[in-house]
Design a protein around this ligand. Structure first.
Ligand SMILES: Cc1cc2nc3c(=O)[nH]c(=O)nc-3n(C[C@H](O)[C@H](O)[C@H](O)COP(=O)(O)OP(=O)(O)OC[C@H]3O[C@@H](n4cnc5c(N)ncnc54)[C@H](O)[C@@H]3O)c2cc1C
Length: 450
């Protein structure tokens, strides 16, 4: 069917899903996994699809972003999600797996596919065969040699080797009556939302921040703390006024409602083209997620903030997708190379699986000369993989989980006076209807036909 040699690099979540989807679509491939011969700082076994940390694949409730993404993937025929359900352990409304049984189930699926050849080797570079296709799914802990091979192709641009992410919140969850729009010294457009704090509010916030519980730092992450990306709570540790002279400095920011200058100001910067998500500027943090919710909601205007991404600090290799990848997730600098999983800038187990499925479909469509349209914009697959990963608005691209903030808002008439829960249910229903119609369309039907 295809003269191209297809290599899937990385037998993790994205790579295994990609290989299984390629086989389902009739495309033979070689799946390369470097473990157990070479390992990463987080993996513990030589198993395929090893779950490196929490065993939870998050909620299955349809009106949560994670539940909706799972429902979308079920419609598309995701293979790893089915394996996860078969190896689930009780976890309330979440899908949590028995790690070893999950890996064993994935290994059995791979072994049962005559079109997949599993090879235990490290891919350190890509050969010159112009007909070869490489689907690179080597994850946040990509081996150093392969990282270097990718860097050579992008000229080093657009590669991030660690992640110091500040939290992001949805605009609609903010109390904008307590915020004002302005740019520092009125330079350029008034692009930022600003949250002014008086002296007492600032002191209370700093006290809560320094006392809040932090995540552990792995040995391989320690150097980050000395590498120009000090977390906000560690800046606060150095003195009660340090933040007011650093990321929360009020200079050049005059509150239009009072005409005065606050003691400190938290700035929120737009993060997506739709202007629905804003990031807290300078708030890289390693507070535990619950603590981020509790402490950052002390900021005036953020009392009910909905966090669409939490701050974090860990080693995390990923590409600056909007700038280095095209719509097929192929490297602009070398179109033989396709990327999938966390290295494309998605964050999370299920998101990585979704990316593996999508890149495999796009590659198979190309090899079979099928015209495959993008995912519908109303779906999380579309909003995350086609929308967010191509959205170059943010100056510093950083990975994102699936979340409702990425979806286009309902038209006002349809929105009515719905509550939050109802609105999410409506968004989920709209997404699944759009995806069903999409899958019944000409491109996907031709691709999925036996
Ligand atoms: C420490 C840590 C904790 C995380 N915790 C969570 C969490 O709790 N929940 C969550 O949803 N997400 C978590 N993530 C984020 C992310 O969801 C996972 O990393 C996820 O496994 C990414 O899937 P992937 O397929 O892109 O990469 P992986 O699952 O890591 O798969 C990549 C595979 O490629 C192999 N490989 C690497 N280089 C080569 C090479 N050159 N040749 C051949 N094989 C190679 C690796 O051995 C690995 O098997 C965490 C990430 C890290 C780093």
């Amino acid at each position: 069917m295809t003269p191209a040699a297809v290599h899937v690099v990385g037998g993790g979540l994205a790579g295994c899903e990609a290989a299984l989807q390629l086989a389902r679509l009739g495309v033979p491939c070689t799946l390369h996994e470097m473990r157990p011969e070479r390992t990463t700082p987080a993996h513990r076994t030589g198993d395929l699809a090893e779950i490196v940390c929490s065993n939870s694949l998050k909620s299955t409730e349809p009106a949560t972003a994670s539940g909706l993404l799972k429902a979308e993937l079920d419609l598309a025929g995701c293979r790893l999600l089915r394996a996860a359900r078969e190896t689930a352990v009780p976890a309330g409304a979440a899908l949590a797996v028995d790690r070893e049984r999950f890996s064993a189930a994935v290994a059995a699926l791979v072994a049962a596919e005559p079109l997949i050849t599993l090879v235990r080797d490290e891919v350190a570079d890509f050969d010159d065969d112009p007909a070869a296709r490489w689907l690179v799914a080597t994850g946040p802990l990509t081996s150093p040699d392969l990282h270097a091979a990718l860097a050579r192709r992008t000229g080093g641009a657009g590669l991030h080797f660690f992640d110091a992410v500040a939290p992001s919140v949805s605009l609609e969850s903010l109390d904008c009556s307590r915020l004002y729009r302005a740019a520092r010294y009125d330079k350029g457009e008034a692009d930022y939302w600003n949250a002014p704090l008086d002296r007492e509010e600032y002191r209370a916030f700093c006290a809560a921040l320094v006392a809040a519980e932090r995540t552990e730092v792995h040995d391989f992450e320690k150097s980050l703390l000395f590498d120009g990306c000090q977390p906000v709570e560690e800046i606060a540790d150095t003195g009660p006024e340090t933040l007011a002279h650093g990321p929360l400095r009020p200079v050049g920011l005059r509150d239009p409602r009072t005409g005065g200058r606050a003691h400190a100001v938290v700035q929120l910067r737009q993060e997506n083209a739709a202007g629905t998500i804003f990031g807290l500027v300078g708030f890289q943090t390693r507070l535990k997620q619950g603590e981020q919710r509790r402490v950052f909601r002390l900021i005036p205007g953020l009392e009910r903030a909905e966090f669409v991404r939490y701050g974090q600090l860990h080693r995390n290799f990923y590409l600056d997708a909007p700038r280095v990848l095209d719509a097929r997730f192929a490297l602009r600098a070398d179109a033989r190379l396709r990327c999938a999983g966390q290295i494309t800038g998605v964050e999370g187990y299920v998101e990585s699986i979704a990316s593996g499925l999508t890149t495999a479909w796009r590659l198979a469509a190309e090899l079979r000369a099928v015209d495959l349209p993008d995912w519908p914009a109303e779906t999380l697959l579309g909003a995350l993989l086609d929308g967010f990963l191509r959205d170059g608005t943010s100056r510093r691209f950083s990975p994102m989980n699936a979340n409702f903030g990425l979806l286009p808002a309902m038209p006002d008439a349809a929105r009515g006076r719905r509550g939050k829960q109802e609105r999410k249910e409506a968004l989920a229903a709209r997404s699944l209807a759009a995806l069903r119609a999409h899958l019944a369309g000409a491109g996907p039907s031709a691709l999925l036909a036996p």
